[in-house]
Write a protein that binds this ligand. Structure first.
Ligand code: SF4
Length: 490
């Protein structure tokens, strides 16, 4: 039996998309016995039961229309939510960090026996971990080592897989076809591949194209495999993707696509997944969706009467009319990749956006009834203090249109396109610091503009200004799925 496991730690707001897809793909293409287990959810139920109950009981409050119509009630709800969510965020982050430190020191993390026993009790031959976030790498590593001692084979895959995980797991596989092959062919073929050659083997295999004539590539996902009513949220939200990757793939800092082939998934599969799940809130986790595709998606979603959200680049083809059509189909919230209020920085980032269009699009979106979340990326290499302040100005000038601001500080990543031409970005003096569980940390110096420390200081200094622009509690940045449930009621 193959057990697909979601490891601690990540926020247990909704089930794993990648494991749901993997389950569906393997079920559609084999008669293998497959089960799923959300170890992350179990950990949080054991450690943070009180918070879980609070988030689930929000459904009773959100069921009353007065919560949204009465300003006083809404404020009181937001204040309590902010306090509870911040408590939870701080407590849980401290807990993750303490447990990760324990693992680095060779100690067992909390609830390890409970999580391990729950996995072993299912009697799996193979356990596959989809590691989406680096924060899952530590606990996954401990589980792999413990399962190994029990003679259970382990498999890892996903964007958060680190070099140590590749080393400790029996198999590191880059896609679902390789996993299917491994499971179907048994271990015989794989046994012949020496561990040291596995990476090479994966490389050779990674260009396998899905043979549509032989493989069932239906993406009608079965979310009923998860305990949907036990997540830390007022009502279930499911994640779906409409494409395999971003079609644009040009932003200099982006590591999301890594030149992945752009494939569009069947809209009928998306529709049928939503209908089968019975869930009213859909979080499209695509990094970007084209306008043409959004309109096609809207047509499919409108009759379903669901609330949905997605991430978009603010490009001028998103006209008022189009945004209205999208809102009518249930698009309640857009997370906009605004990044900067400086046109020079936007050009350097290769966003192909500009501040004039951004302001116009935010206005049209707001007028259409959509809630706008603004993603901001401070400290892009060579950004000056004046350019940092241009971003603050853009946020202030458009504050009426912006519901929530989400800021982050630039970090250089090897997988980003800009890593190939660092001199273009004034970057030199690269330093790579190896870490025990995570991949190496990269630091650098810039020829001009703000240093990392200066950006951090400026962001701290403007935190209050930024918070005052947001109409929603800042903690919704941590609970976007919950925010969707909330805005879906309006
Ligand atoms: S940042 Fe977004 S729009 Fe830009 S390449 Fe990455 S995924 Fe695509």
């Amino acid at each position: 039996m193959l057990l697909l496991v979601n490891s601690p730690f990540c926020t247990p707001a909704s089930p794993s998309y990648s494991l749901t897809y993997l389950y569906t793909f393997l079920k559609n293409n084999s008669k293998l016995e497959i089960d799923v287990f959300d170890a992350n959810l179990l950990f949080h139920q054991l450690k943070f039961a009180e918070y879980g109950e609070y988030f689930q009981l929000l459904k009773n409050i959100l069921a009353h229309k007065e919560t949204f119509n009465d300003k006083k009630i809404k404020k009181s709800f937001f204040d309590t939510f902010e306090k509870k969510s911040n408590d939870y965020k701080q407590t849980s982050f401290r807990c993750y960090s303490e447990n990760n430190k324990k693992i680095v020191l060779g100690q067992k993390p909390e609830y390890f026996a409970e999580v391990l026993n729950a996995i072993v009790a299912k009697n799996p031959k193979y356990v596959a971990f989809s590691v989406v976030y680096f924060s899952q790498a530590f606990y996954t590593q401990e589980l792999i080592l413990a399962l190994k001692e029990k003679g259970i084979k382990t498999i890892v895959g996903g964007p958060g897989v680190t070099a140590p995980l590749k080393k400790y797991a029996d198999y590191y596989l880059e896609n679902e076809v390789l996993l299917l092959e491994l499971l179907k062919n048994g271990e015989e073929e794989s046994k012949n591949i020496e561990k040291k050659d596995r990476k090479e083997y994966n490389k050779q295999q990674e260009h396998i194209e899905l043979d549509h004539s032989k493989l069932n590539v239906s993406r009608i996902l079965d979310y009923s495999i998860w305990p949907l009513d036990r997540y830390f949220i007022s009502e279930p939200v499911i994640s779906l993707r409409t494409n395999s990757a971003c079609y644009y793939q040009q932003c200099a800092f982006c590591t999301h696509h890594q030149s992945a082939k752009y494939l569009e998934y069947k809209l009928e599969d998306i529709r049928d997944s939503i209908i089968a799940s019975g869930v009213r809130n859909v979080y499209f986790s695509d990094d970007m969706i084209s306008t043409k595709r959004l309109l096609a998606l809207a047509e499919v979603l409108k009759p379903l009467e669901v609330s949905w959200t997605c991430q978009l680049r603010p490009t001028r083809d998103l006209t008022s009319e189009i945004l209205k059509t999208l809102h009518d189909s249930g698009l309640k919230m857009i997370m906009w990749g605004i990044e900067s209020g400086s046109d020079r920085i936007l050009n350097l980032m290769k966003k192909q956006t500009n501040t004039k269009d951004i302001a116009a699009i935010l206005k049209s979106s707001k007028e259409a009834g959509i809630v706008n979340v603004a993603y901001i990326l401070f400290g892009f290499p060579t950004e000056t203090k004046e350019e940092f302040l241009e971003t603050i100005k853009l946020l202030k000038d458009n504050s009426e249109q912006i519901d929530l601001v989400s800021t982050t500080i630039f970090g250089l990543q090897k997988e980003s396109p800009m890593y190939e031409t660092l001199e273009e970005y004034g970057i030199s003096g690269i330093q790579v610091e190896n870490r025990t569980v995570l991949d190496p940390k990269i630091t650098y110096t810039v020829s001009s503009g703000l240093s990392h420390e200066e950006v951090k200081k400026l962001r701290r200094g403007y935190a209050k200004t930024i918070n005052n622009i947001s109409k929603f509690p800042a903690s919704f940045n941590f609970f976007r799925e919950q925010m969707l449930c909330f805005v879906g009621k309006n």
